[in-house]
Design a protein around this ligand. Sequence first.
Ligand SMILES: Nc1nc2c(ncn2[C@@H]2O[C@H](COP(=O)(O)OP(=O)(O)OP(=O)(O)O)[C@@H](O)[C@H]2O)c(=O)[nH]1
Ligand SMILES: [Mg+2]
Length: 334
Amino acid sequence: MGATETPAAVRPGRKKKRNPFEGKGRARLARLISEAENSSDRAREIVNSVLHRTGRAHVIGVTGPPGCGKSTLIERLALQLRKEGSGGGKTVGIIAIDPSSASSGGAFMGNRVRMREASRDRGIFIRSMASRASPGGIPRAACDAIKIMDAAGADCIIIETVGAGQTQTDISRTVHTTVVVVQPESGDIIQAMKAGLMEIGDIIVVNKSDLAGADRTATSLRHMLETGHYGSWVPRVVKVTATSGKGVAELARSIEEHRRHLEASGELAQRERTMALNEVEKIIEEEMRKELARKMEKIKVQKDIESMVARKVSSHDVAKKLMMRAAGKCRKKR
Ligand SMILES: Nc1nc2c(ncn2[C@@H]2O[C@H](COP(=O)(O)OP(=O)(O)OP(=O)(O)O)[C@@H](O)[C@H]2O)c(=O)[nH]1
Ligand SMILES: [Mg+2]
């Protein structure tokens, strides 16, 4: 395919609703996402060419502490969504962000392994992606993948964040609906509160409800939410057992209700603005990081590092000096 050619999966003018993840569309989608991931210039071309076809998909983020059951839950949710909607069920794109491997820079693909059943469904498209150096854990390429899947015709796009346990608020600026997952009586709630997760959750899932303490956990979460200050949408608490699928239909209903609430209240437009700004910031961050790395390669740092090791100068002063040099300010000053 040529550099600027629009993929068939996203070509306008098709009347009949069809599955964008079937046949050649699937391979093309995978290739476009890889190209966008590998090159920001190519990402720009692709996103520009599909932009007029975007804006229809419901983008859902799933976050929570490590091992709380995010991947298992997403698989179940995707399979549930396949049973809903007209014309053969909803089509679902999944972006599973994995921690980057220190040596290869690639993804461990750990999340995808948990989604075997979903990966056999032709109406579900799963993409693993490395978190890379993205400060908030969601790489720029994930935003591009959302656009590409949306343009292809995905009804829902679900993103799994890295279960790092640290602040994961980046996700809420990337999606329409944020689902926060916790386990019963595991200390997850306290952890999640510390990480600011409770504030970003539109829906809180108490997963592993087959384990003891699920009712207590759900009740205390509901009490907590009652005393909080929210707008017109008070976060829902849903008990789920992802392994058996119990509660997943209710979760899908809550997600749909949240979408309808966003539309009816006008909040959707506000979220879209936040998502747009977030996307731009991610691209600028990535470009500036690359530009800085390119400049730093040309700058001789050895002498300054030696001075630091000899305790003659602080890291702050060296950093300041190098940044000035990188920006070309030293020369201008003279
Ligand atoms: N008992 C029980 N176990 C569950 C449930 N859901 C998931 N698990 C188990 O919890 C473990 C972790 O599940 P994952 O889906 O990999 O959790 P995760 O949050 O995606 O994990 P990371 O991506 O590594 O953070 C697995 O052994 C699952 O089988 C559940 O509803 N009940
Ligand atoms: Mg996972």
